[in-house]
Write a new protein. Sequence first.
Length: 264
Amino acid sequence: MAALDWGMQSRLAQVFRPETGRTVMLAIDHGYFQGPTTGLERVDLSIVPLLPYADALMTTRGMVRSTIPPTSRTPIVLRASGGPSILKELSDERLAVSMEDAARLNAAMVAVQVFIGGEHETQSVRNMTRLVDAGQRYGIPVLAVTAVGRDLTRDARYLRLATRICAELGAHAVKTYYCAEDFDTVTAACPVPVVMAGGKKLPELEALTMAYRAVEAGAAGVDMGRNIFQSEHPAEMIRAVAAVVHESMKPGEAYDLLPRPAAP
Ligand code: R5P
């Protein structure tokens, strides 16, 4: 941290709460390659009410300008890569936002997908390094998002490789999946904060348990989407995730913060 410029440190402190060094980022950027994901059809109705509970909102510039109130105090982590849709080869991304526009939007951080082992690995790494160079000029940190292709295994060996490459090449934080075995070796080998990705919707207790284990193993918080906005109780769920992340609340106790399912 100390080696970073003041602006960069200030933006990182907006995303990662200084009291805990952790974040609960709400990811709603899915539309940039998969269109209106279930739960994100009406971001104005489903997501805007959750903003006060999120440490940061990961989203696109289109959604920021069209739907997120500029009066919101929640920092924006701006999706800055894109190109292919779910109908094409996903690793064939390009940078999709200039750093000047990210600064204009008051982004606290920019996010870029990195496909280690993917068909367009080098191109996606180059997207990240170009974004880091631009971010250095503007004091805007870069979140590298490790995308795992369908034929790759999300184990600690792969995640160590992917996260370390991103950090070595300049990412200021890395978003990656949790793995049940040896996740602590992933966070230990990565010299910048590792944020756990949410992934597909799980039962709430399982999602809270995964978040708990990830932060106990050294993650600097979570970047969760579907496990929050596809929950029947998204506001209570994001507060339960925050209790796990910032207060190290046990998953069972955090689960009790959710309304009980109605008796059949
Ligand atoms: C993943 O690579 C993208 O950033 C997603 O659009 C999003 O962040 C995923 O969130 P989740 O898997 O928690 O729904």
